[in-house]
Design a protein around this ligand. Structure first.
Ligand code: ADP
Ligand code: NI
Length: 216
C-alpha cells in the first residue's frame, strides 16, 4: 500500500476500533473491498479519492463519534497533514458529508460525485446479504430491540431521528434493507444488491416459517 493510503488506513483503524454496533473496522475493510470491485467497471472514477473516502466514511458519523463537528475538524487537519491537494481534501470531505442513508432522510437534495456514488453503493452493499443480516441483529441487540414482535408495526421513516429510534430487528428489513437495492447508483451494485436481497428474502421466508403462528 502507498504511504498516504497506509496512513489513512491506520487513522480509520484507530477511530473504528471501539465500535460494537456493526460499524467496526471489519465493516470498513468490506466497504473498501466493495469499492475496489466497483472501480473495475467505473474506470473514470478517481481511485485514490474513492478508496480514501471508503476508509474514512464512518469516522465522522454521529453513531460512532460523540461530537461530529470535532471529528470533521480532526479529520480535515489529518488530511492536510498528509499533504493531499486541496481538491482531494474537498472531494473526500464532501463525500462523507453527503453519502449516508440517515442523512438522505433529512436532506432531500443531495448531489454525490461519481466517487461518492461508489462509496455509497459499497456501504449499502455491506448492509445486505449474510453480513447485512448479522449486522442488523448485532445492532438491534446493542440497542435493546426485540428480534421480532408482530404487534410492533414497521415505521415509515421521514427523518433521521425517527430512523435512529428503530423498532425491531425484523422490521428493519422492511423499513430499510429490502429497499436499498433499488437505490444503487451503479449497474454492478444494482446486480449484486439484487442478489443479496434475494438471499435476505429467503431468510425472511424461513424465519416466518419457524416463528410460531399467533393464537387469536
Ligand atoms: P448510514 O450509515 O448509511 O446512515 P446506518 O449506519 O444507520 O446507515 O445503518 C447501517 C447498518 O446498521 C444497517 O444496515 C443495519 O444493519 C444497522 N442498523 C441501523 N439502524 C438499525 C436499526 N434501527 N435496527 C437494526 N439495525 C440497524
Ligand atoms: Ni458504513
Amino acid at each position: 500500500m502507498e504511504n498516504k493510503m497506509r496512513a489513512i488506513y491506520d487513522y480509520a483503524k484507530e477511530k473504528m476500533a471501539q465500535d460494537f454496533s456493526g460499524h467496526g473496522f471489519d465493516h470498513i475493510l468490506r466497504v473498501v473491498a466493495n469499492v475496489e470491485r466497483l472501480l473495475e467497471t467505473e474506470t473514470q472514477a478517481d481511485a485514490f479519492v474513492t478508496k480514501a473516502a471508503a476508509y474514512l466514511h464512518d469516522t465522522v458519523d454521529d453513531k460512532v463519534v460523540a461530537d461530529e463537528q470535532a471529528a470533521y475538524l480532526e479529520l480535515h487537519n489529518f488530511l492536510i497533514s498528509l499533504q493531499l491537494s486541496e481538491s482531494q481534501v474537498t472531494a473526500i470531505l464532501d463525500i462523507l458529508h453527503n453519502m449516508s442513508f440517515s442523512k438522505s432522510l433529512d436532506k432531500k437534495e443531495i448531489r454525490l460525485s461519481l466517487e461518492g456514488q461508489l462509496v455509497q453503493d459499497a456501504d449499502r452493499l455491506d448492509a445486505l446479504g449474510a453480513v447485512g443480516i448479522l449486522r442488523t441483529a448485532y445492532f438491534g441487540g446493542k440497542k435493546g430491540h426485540p428480534i421480532y414482535d408482530p404487534e410492533i408495526q414497521s415505521i415509515d421513516y421521514q427523518s433521521k431521528s425517527d430512523y435512529r429510534k428503530g423498532s425491531t430487528v425484523i422490521n428493519h428489513f422492511y423499513e430499510k434493507l429490502l429497499l436499498l437495492a433499488a437505490t444503487m447508483n451503479t449497474e454492478a451494485a444494482k446486480i449484486e444488491g439484487q442478489r443479496r436481497t434475494e438471499f435476505m428474502e429467503n431468510f425472511l421466508k424461513e424465519f416466518f416459517y419457524e416463528w410460531p403462528k399467533s393464537e387469536k
